[in-house]
Design a protein around this ligand. Structure first.
Ligand code: SF4
Ligand code: FES
Length: 251
């Protein structure tokens, strides 16, 4: 198959970008979307042109590194899919495909389709961990975890930190990501001692990173490749409010 690509090209963070058009021929419908971009890049390099920069690592939907907006949708047209899991059979021969970086104020473009998502790392650093005392390792079964809590925590922990929720939100809000990361620890007994401080620290770091506010568009939930529910946002808001009512402050 042959596709016509319009790709956002931007040299550096502070240089203006523009869309450039490319034709890619002899593409199998079984190629992944990223393999199609690899082929484009090989052909650009053969012609002495700069390849298109894009992020990727595992290419199996678990690392959260890949991410771009394909025809207006973060991670493209397939439900519950990352960009690396998208295949060319999602498109028809002769289709035009518009490819852009994730666009959000808190995710500045580094080059072409690569954005800086370190704001997410700083939210995790603020409280996305469980402190343990030094000494010998605790016995694994000393703290029983109720089955419903374990299952819910697993759902939240499946967030891969890709940032699609932010990219698709008209407000550029990071509530879905932050709530998944707050929630998967706050719901477990191991996370209980730091529950209040975690909610305050992570929510306030999210606010400091200039993400937008959640106004219930639910676009985040619609594009999330891991199906994270906006119920987590309600849980996070409740944990945060309870902590503030107790006078908990970020250290
Ligand atoms: S909540 Fe979903 S869309 Fe947002 S970072 Fe996590 S996996 Fe990606
Ligand atoms: S490259 Fe790891 S999730 Fe896509």
């Amino acid at each position: 198959m042959r596709v016509h690509l319009k790709i956002w090209r931007q040299e550096k963070r502070d240089t203006p970008g523009r869309f450039e058009s490319y034709e890619v021929e002899d593409i199998s419908p079984d190629f992944s979307f990223l393999e199609m971009l690899d082929i484009l890049n090989e052909r650009l390099e053969e012609k002495g042109e700069r390849p298109v920069a894009f992020d990727h690592d595992c290419r199996e939907g678990i690392c959260g590194t890949c991410g771009m907006v394909v025809n207006g949708e973060a991670h493209g047209p397939w439900d519950r899919s990352t960009t690396c899991q998208l295949h060319m059979r999602a498109f028809k021969d002769g289709d035009e495909i518009l490819i852009e970086p994730f666009r959000a104020r808190a995710f500045p473009v580094l080059q072409d389709l690569m954005v800086d998502r370190s704001a997410f790392d700083r939210i995790i650093q603020a409280g996305g961990y469980v402190s343990v005392g030094t000494g010998s390792a605790p016995e694994a079964n000393i703290l029983p975890v109720p089955k419903p809590a374990a299952e819910l925590a697993f759902d939240a922990a499946s967030c891969i930190g890709c940032g699609a929720c932010v990219a698709q939100c008209p407000n550029g809000a990071a509530q879905l990501f932050t709530s998944a990361k707050v929630g998967h620890l706050n719901i477990l007994p191991q996370g209980a001692p730091e529950k209040d401080r975690r909610a305050v620290a992570m929510v306030e770091q999210m606010e400091a990173e200039i993400f937008g506010s959640c106004s219930n568009f639910r676009e985040c939930e619609a594009v999330c490749p891991k199906g994270i529910s906006i119920d987590w946002i309600a849980r996070m808001n409740r944990d945060y409010l309870r902590a503030k009512l107790k006078g908990i402050r970020r250290r």
